[in-house]
Design a protein around this ligand. Structure first.
Ligand code: WT7
Length: 646
């Protein structure tokens, strides 16, 4: 955004409604500033107070041990996240309060109270133990959005077995790679899950993945879709194992830095990285942000629409809300099944108070038309959140007006898998909202926009977004690859964590995120490395070379645009084009399927052999999406441009 449009957006700052402010935890900017300053200047005091949100088995001794770029927080403390999400609520008047309210896509509903969830988690923790899982062993969870997915996560946390949740939309290949990278011993899955009226056959993908792995000793299968299937020697039914399990399982006393989970995310190189989060710092970040950013109160029904396969599903479907004793609604299926008002129907029927979703969903709803929204009574809503990519001001205004009826504050939340929890947001009720800006830094977050030399740039100037000091919920490493961790995040700008995003900060201190500045795409709020898609394409026998770039997309934010050269003797055809799309779906998952594949005779390269991505992005931007997909792009005519690019 240039200076004048930034100024225009600033003039559109929207004050939160007085009714909301009256009960807000942080009442105004002055209070926010005071707390924020304290969080940076007196971290011992700030985090000391905040850490009382956690029930500790043993108090921590030292706030931070920082041997750049390796941090340890709350050193010497002992705790258990599952205990904090369950036992302490079971021992309180929340005992019979709903912890999870689940709705399946076909319409079934299940409510689990804290006491019931606690019991299921204890039982499943015993199942894991009886299958040989010990503290530190990795467990892969490849599940639809059903209560058993949450039960499995909390059971892992209970016994100190780090989980790695694999998004149910990922392919068998992706499952295999993730299992191999972290050496998972057990896979928890389901026969299938519902998505847009279809059954996604998860167990089949696990079966296809396992021959390429060597560490898995057991597959535990939840019967969700009632598919007719016989289990192999390595497999057990979840319900059979659970029937035999005791419901007594003490929560392990774990070190503050005990690994809680590994979550894979795309980077700018081919292989997804296993982001490692540990116990105390991550959990405190989840608790504190859920409390302040979502203003979560005991009587609220809270719904985050993210899948647990993403970090949003970890922090804001499971750990933050349950940690605070809140009620988390989970929905299994698609937003437009059977009709485009499914989300609003859920909001109305369950009387959802807090609703958190992604800009790509908001833009899809806009496109489907206001009538689907207006059909429903949404008066229960009191706060709306957005996450995943920059929200364009039009979508923001639509969300604010049509869904929130100008009553609910909209909190945009900028963060990443690596940050564990919210880093930038407009605390609801505390500060004006600026449609399109992610807002102000959260407590403890020392954020800056810098130039290539690492110097902070003046207001309203674009640059790289960095974090200048460690924060409690930060990633601790890339699983098994500390060198890559250092190189990827801590070597770009001296002494700083580099986010990979571009941003500018305005004169009010608000951050405007402009998007990734590395070779990572953001497709419908999902991170996708261009290199990952390229290597999937070249793994097809017909492909010689591939280059993938993003193309602006009205709904998804970015679409995947691929340029491909074929091997000698291969003729590019419409069928091959379709086959390559399917192949990428098989290699990575449906979200990575290129929207467009263009065949080219050669890929435009600089003399030093680097693919001219800027040029390809320009061609993609002007490219007709539905043109003849077999036409060869003629890059020869572009030779003169090569010079400029060098
Ligand atoms: C990348 C992180 C964090 C949960 C979801 C995605 C982009 C995310 C915003 C936002 C502008 C955003 C950034 C970031 N992003 N939220 N509110 N405004 N950009 O997690 O897959 O780790 O992706 O998503 O580019 O770096 P992720």
């Amino acid at each position: 955004m240039n200076t004048s449009s930034a100024a225009k957006a600033r003039s559109r700052a929207i004050k939160p409604k007085a009714g909301f402010c009256k009960q807000a935890l942080v009442a105004n900017r002055k209070t926010y500033e005071k707390l924020y300053r304290q969080s940076l200047e007196k971290p011992e005091k700030f985090w000391g107070d905040a850490s009382r949100e956690i029930t500790w088995f043993k108090p921590w001794k030292k706030l931070l041990s920082w041997k750049p770029p390796f941090a340890e927080w709350f050193v010497g403390g002992k705790l258990n996240v599952s205990f904090n999400c369950l036992d302490r609520h079971v021992a309180s008047p929340r005992r019979h309060k709903a912890a999870l309210i689940w709705e399946g896509e076909p319409g079934e509903r299940v409510t689990l109270t804290y006491a019931q969830l606690h019991r299921e988690v204890c039982k499943f923790a015993n199942v894991l133990k009886s299958q040989g899982i010990k503290s530190g062993d990795r467990v892969a969870i490849y599940m639809p959005m059903i209560p058993e997915a949450v039960i499995a996560m909390l059971a892992c946390a209970r016994i100190g077995a780090p989980h790695t949740v694999i998004f149910g939309g990922f392919s068998a290949e992706s499952v295999k790679d993730r299992i191999n990278d972290c050496g998972a011993k057990i896979v928890v899955t389901a026969d299938g899950g519902y998505r847009r009226g279809q059954v996604v056959r998860l167990k089949e993908s696990v079966d296809a993945a396992l021959p390429g792995t060597s560490t898995v000793t057991r597959v535990i299968v939840v019967r969700r879709a009632g598919l007719d299937m016989s289990l192999g020697d390595r497999d057990v039914w979840y319900h059979e194992a659970m029937a035999a399990a005791s419901d007594q399982c003490e929560a392990a006393s774990l070190d503050s830095e005990h690994p809680l989970f590994i979550l894979y995310t795309s980077g700018s190189t081919g292989k997804p990285k296993g982001i490692l989060h540990t116990t105390a710092g991550y959990f405190l970040g989840a608790l504190l942000s859920t409390k302040y950013v979502f203003d979560l109160k005991d009587e609220d029904l809270y719904w985050c629409t993210a899948d647990i396969g993403w970090v949003t599903g970890h922090t804001y479907v499971v750990y933050g809300v349950l940690g605070l004793g809140g009620t988390s609604l989970i929905y299994e299926g698609a937003p437009n099944h059977p009709e485009p008002d499914r989300f609003w129907k859920i909001v109305e029927e369950h009387k959802v108070n807090i609703f958190y979703t992604a800009p790509t969903a908001i833009r899809a709803f806009m496109k489907w038309g206001d009538d689907w929204v207006k059909k429903h009574d949404l008066s229960s809503l009191r706060l709306l959140g957005s996450v995943g990519e920059p929200i364009n001001p039009e979508a923001w205004m639509w969300y604010y007006r049509t869904v929130g009826q100008e009553r609910c504050p909209v909190v945009d939340t900028w963060w990443q898998t690596e940050t564990g929890g919210h880093m930038v947001t407009t605390l609801p009720g505390a500060v004006p909202m600026k449609p399109g800006s992610a807002g102000l830094p959260f407590f403890g977050v020392d954020l800056a926009v810098v130039d290539e030399s690492g110097a902070e740039v003046p207001p309203d100037t674009g640059g790289r977004l960095v974090i200048r000091r460690p924060w409690p919920s930060m990633l601790r490493s890339i699983y098994g690859d500390a060198t890559r961790y250092r190189k990827q995040y801590w070597s770009d700008v001296k002494g700083c964590y580099f986010t990979g995003d571009g941003a500018r900060r305005d004169r009010d201190g608000y951050f405007w995120i402009t998007g990734r500045i590395d070779d990572v795409l953001n497709v419908a709020g999902h991170r996708l490395g261009t290199a990952e898609v390229e290597s999937a394409l070249v793994s097809h026998p017909a492909v010689a070379e591939a280059a993938v770039v993003g193309k602006a997309d009205e709904i998804k934010g970015q679409a995947v645009f691929a340029f491909v050269t074929v091997k000698q003797g291969i003729t590019p055809t419409t069928e091959l084009n379709e086959e390559l799309r399917r192949h990428v779906g098989k290699e990575i998952g449906a979200i990575a399927k290129p929207d467009v594949i263009r065949f080219a005779e050669v890929l435009p390269k600089t003399r030093s052999g680097k693919i001219m991505r800027r040029l390809l992005r320009e061609i993609a931007a002007g490219g007709e999406v539905k043109g003849d997909v077999t036409t060869l792009e003629d890059f020869n005519a572009l030779a003169s441009l090569r010079q400029q690019e060098e």
